[in-house]
Write a protein that binds this ligand. Sequence first.
Ligand code: GLP
Length: 242
Amino acid sequence: LIVETPDEVARASAARIAQAIRRRREPGGSVTIGVATGSSPLGTYRELAALVRAGELDFGGIDAFALDEYVGLAADHPESYHEVIRRVVTEPLGLDPARVRIPDGLADDLDAGCAAYEAAIEAAGGIDIQLLGIGGNGHIGFNEPGSPLASRTRVTVLAPATRADNARFFGTVEQVPTRSVTQGVGTILDAEELLLVAQGASKARAVAQMIEGPVSSRCPASALQLHPRAVVVIDRAAAAEL
Ligand code: GLP
């Protein structure tokens, strides 16, 4: 779906999430959403929060799973995804904090934490709709180029380009953690619906590789081509290389 502006990306993606939630809720069904960090989905959350304030949508009783977390950042570090999700998702949307799960980047045994995260998603009945952004290098979650398309939740090493991109949140690139815990590409593909949002010229190349390039671990987002219900919502600038 190509729209003109970032505001339209926000409105169209929020409308799709709202629709997915309403559809599954009736009658009395449970809903599990997958939420993403990064700047791309911020407009989507803003629009969803407006629907909540207007009384048109209610996140009560909804389970949520985040895609990823940095390894080694204290949970209350302002850029930890625990903190970011609380700030931009849980509080504005009125989700129950006890129902919002985020990978543990501080576990003594990170691998055991990854396995537990996979089990928690499964116990919730899987993710109904997963919101995604895309990295400039084609990453989804923190699945950097080279990530196997069948990968599961695991520890990954951040690409230098990703650390450079995210330095804007930390001050200097040295302060950006070097590793993450992320849902794998295979984990993401298990969601019933995928909704990827991207805006701006800096994403145009990655968007073109995702949609028109070969399905390849060199562009992890190209795995969306394998998914039967994947929707990509982008603005004109992000569509420039299609
Ligand atoms: C981040 C996140 C991804 C996100 C991507 C793009 O580091 N781990 O989930 O989609 O990089 O970020 P942004 O939306 O800020 O461009």
